[in-house]
Design a protein around this ligand. Structure first.
Ligand SMILES: *[C@@H]1O[C@H](CO)[C@@H](O)[C@H](O)[C@H]1NC(C)=O
Ligand SMILES: *[C@@H]1O[C@H](CO)[C@@H](O)[C@H](O)[C@H]1NC(C)=O
Ligand SMILES: *[C@@H]1O[C@H](CO)[C@@H](O)[C@H](O)[C@H]1NC(C)=O
Ligand SMILES: *[C@@H]1O[C@H](CO)[C@@H](O)[C@H](O)[C@H]1NC(C)=O
Ligand SMILES: *[C@@H]1O[C@H](CO)[C@@H](O)[C@H](O)[C@H]1NC(C)=O
Length: 219
């Protein structure tokens, strides 16, 4: 019971100036994905942290190929700040982290579309009864980075512009129609008035009466 209580209170501690897990923690950074153009060279970032320290830390990078994990590279880190020997199982891979400040990042040279997918940074610390720890990084390989976004932006812009244009055209047409209708109505009134005037004269009703009472002209 004592142990469990102690465990929960000591779950986190300060390591290298930041709060971190008591045990090993693998991290691929705050943004665990990257979109890159085919043919470029990218870094898959990973660092580890452990409050209790490390001893014979086994690490590897694995590529998730449709559910089967393919080892990209692996190595054993005896203690912090020792450049480990790293076995590389995949072409165009370079271990650039060199365990400098717990950095076990790798470089992927000249990426192809087949390189896209999920990469797991895995660690297991002898000091921690060999518990497994990992973090996943997503590499997205694209053909020409901004074209897709631009197309989308243009699409959205033209859609918005189209809607605004349509609304403006609609307002204009509406106003124009109202104007024409008003004019027509005015004209109709005038016609009615003048025809009634004609009626009056043609009916042969007292001309003088019709003359004396001037027909209302258009306003
Ligand atoms: C990216 O892929 C396209 C289509 O497969 C190819 O035409 C182009 O040359 C590639 N770009 C680079 C830099 O390899
Ligand atoms: C992954 O699996 C799908 C369907 O199961 C298949 O079409 C695809 O070719 C596979 N990709 C690779 C890289 O093996
Ligand atoms: C990456 O591509 C460049 C240019 O094609 C080539 O010179 C270089 O050797 C390649 N690097 C690797 C590690 O394949
Ligand atoms: C890890 O090492 C690489 C190569 O030196 C560097 O570019 C990267 O910034 C380092 N990452 C961290 C988190 O220190
Ligand atoms: C730890 O990972 C290894 C593979 O590296 C696996 O065989 C083992 O079952 C894992 N252990 C746990 C507790 O997940």
């Amino acid at each position: 019971r004592e142990n469990g209580r102690h465990g929960t209170f000591a779950l986190r501690c300060i390591h290298n100036g930041v709060w971190s897990a008591q045990g090993l923690e693998m991290s691929v950074g705050k943004i665990p994905f990257l979109e890159a153009v085919n043919g470029s060279t990218v870094m898959l970032p990973c660092t580890y942290a452990s409050c209790i320290g490390i001893e014979n830390l086994y690490f590897n990078w694995q590529y998730n190929d449709n559910g089967t994990m393919q080892k990209v590279c692996d190595g054993m880190i005896p203690t912090e700040d020792v450049i480990p020997t790293v076995n590389i199982f995949r072409e165009r891979v370079e271990f650039i982290g060199k365990n400098h400040k717990n950095n076990i990042s790798i470089l992927l040279w000249n990426i192809t579309f087949e390189d896209g997918g999920l990469y797991t940074c895995f660690g297991r610390n002898r000091k921690e009864k060999n518990k497994n720890h990992s973090a996943v990084f997503h590499l997205i390989v694209v053909d020409e980075l901004r074209v897709v976004d631009n197309t989308l932006t243009i699409l959205i812009a033209s859609a918005v512009g189209g809607v605004i244009g349509f609304l403006m055209a609609f307002m204009l047409i509406k106003n124009f129609t109202l104007f024409v209708l008003a004019k027509l109505e005015e004209k109709n009134k005038e016609c009615l008035v003048s025809s009634s005037g004609i009626d009056n004269t043609e009916n042969g009703l007292s001309r003088s009466k019709a003359d004396s009472k001037p027909t209302p002209k258009k306003k």
